[in-house]
Design a protein around this ligand. Structure first.
Ligand code: PLP
Length: 475
């Protein structure tokens, strides 16, 4: 492609992008296609000869787009959001254009130094300990695996990577509500799924620190080696907050690595009134927050903070001759801070976002989401056909249809039907979870452009559809 054509299409694409964002509310939030619908429209073989950008772009609009779920739709209330914002998109365009691979300082000094600066800013914005060290990882799953591997290296005197496998049986702890990335990390690290201890939760779905202590003591008595505890600040199911300080005391007493998973909720620490969630954070060893969830920064951008930088580097450094540079002693080479060698220039979009919103602008957005969540919660509490299924400390409401007169209704099936009906309208998108073996609907309010009217729309749709389903069942 010649530069003139590139320029023309780039302009056309930007016009399309601006229009897409402007008119996104006219699109169905959740893609309405069936399995195979997209694949069946695409040729089996790649083209032998070059095709025109006009044709490729037309196919993008006509074939690909219908199979896209619109995560940037303000009525996207599913999972946890993976937001972008206009400043972040602009930065991603520049990142793509530069195409820099930022594995070491020398391969793009700006990428390394901007990552240092943005991580320092973020640390201050969230009130994390000043002496900690931050880096950008692909996701919270990577961060948790990195924490686990570092903890294991440190506890074995940094021998495991180099010499032999340990004959110790390591034990890892998270609550029954911990994210599945902990299960995955334990599996990948070869610790063995049976050595992941799922600690019981209280009636708020938060880890019970006394149960944690009992589990650890029992393991020690059996000759096991406790390795890491993961506390969740904002579980995926219901945004439960594990009590960090008592958990930290247990970890301190038994000298266990405490990793804090605040993948979503970490962003809300920019609000002073939310800092109670991390009381005791200075006792933890590591912490992860995903700006790609709630800080309006394109996927992927996960910020991992660690207290013991030396332990991290001793775990992940490898130094083949072809990667050595004369600046190695003076700079951070982020290839040594995690699993992949190659790294995208991810700090740029976070820098654009923080500067362009300003910290106060970010605070206003997060406060609005928290207020809207309370508004929705109140509606659930007041409606006789719904019940609230978990506390709402953040931006996620867990609820379900549960009328006073249950009339032998299968509530799990009914709620599933409700979820599928509202999602099929394309007007909103919500997902579910299981709490105390009950099928529960999850409504997340965290999209960049979400406003009161979207939450009202969701409430009206959920309420009227639930009433309709109930009246059909009662007929
Ligand atoms: N931890 C929590 C609490 C999450 O909710 C999620 C994903 O939603 C993760 C970890 C995994 O995040 P990632 O997709 O960045 O690996």
């Amino acid at each position: 492609m010649k530069n003139e054509e590139f320029r023309a299409y780039a302009h056309e694409f930007v016009d399309w992008m601006a229009e897409y964002l402007d008119q996104i509310e006219d699109l169905p939030v959740k893609s309405q296609v069936n399995p195979g619908d997209i694949r069946n429209q695409l040729p089996n073989q790649p083209p032998e000869m070059a095709e025109s950008m006009k044709d490729i772009f037309n196919d993008f609009k006509n074939i690909i787009l219908p199979g896209v779920t619109h995560w940037q739709h303000p009525s996207f209330h599913a999972y946890f959001n993976a937001n972008n914002s206009r400043p972040s998109i602009l930065a991603e365009m520049l990142t793509a254009t530069l195409g820099a691979q930022c594995m070491i300082w020398a391969t793009s000094p700006s990428a390394t130094e901007l990552e240092e600066v943005t991580m320092k800013w973020l640390k201050g914005m969230l009130g994390l300990p000043e002496s900690w060290h931050g880096s950008i990882q692909n996701g919270a799953s990577d961060a948790t695996l990195i924490a686990l591997l570092t903890a294991r290296e440190r506890v074995t005197g940094f021998k495991l990577n180099s010499s032999r496998s340990s004959n110790r049986v390591f034990r890892v702890y998270g609550s029954e509500q911990a994210h599945s990335s902990l299960d995955k990390a334990v599996a990948i690290a070869g610790i063995g799924q049976q050595n992941l201890v799922k600690v019981a939760v209280d009636d708020q779905y938060a880890m019970d620190p006394e149960k944690l202590r009992e589990a650890i003591q029992k393991d020690i008595d059996r000759g096991f080696q406790p390795l890491m505890v993961m506390a969740a600040i904002g579980t995926t199911g219901s945004t439960a907050i594990d009590p960090l300080l008592p958990i930290a005391h247990v970890c301190e007493e038994y000298e266990i690595w405490l990793h804090v998973d605040a993948a979503l909720a970490g962003t809300s620490l920019i609000l002073d009134e939310m800092r109670w969630m991390v009381q005791g954070i200075e006792k933890a060893e590591s912490f992860v927050v995903n700006p790609h969830k709630w800080m309006f920064t394109n996927f992927d951008c996960s910020a991992y903070f660690v207290k013991d930088k030396k332990a991290l580097l001793r775990t992940f450094s490898v130094s083949p001759e072809y990667l050595r540079t004369k600046e190695d002693e003076q700079v951070n080479n982020y290839r040594d801070w995690g699993i992949p060698l190659g790294r995208r220039f991810r700090a740029l979009k976070l820098w654009f976002v923080i500067r362009s919103f300003g910290v106060e602008g970010l605070r206003q957005k997060i406060r609005l989401h928290l207020q809207l969540a309370q508004w929705f919660k109140e509606r659930v509490l007041r409606a006789s056909i719904f019940e609230l299924c978990a506390p709402v400390p953040l931006n996620t409401i867990c609820f379900r249809v549960s009328p006073t007169n249950k009339n032998k209704l299968d509530l799990d099936a009914l709620n599933k039907e409700l979820l599928e009906s509202v999602n099929a309208t394309g007007k909103i998108y919500i997902t579910h979870t299981m709490l105390q073996r009950r099928y529960v609907l999850r409504m997340v309010i965290g999209q960049t452009e979400v406003a009161q009217r979207h939450v009202e729309k969701a409430w009206k749709l959920l309420h009227s559809t639930a009433e309709e389903l109930l009246s059909r069942k009662n007929d």
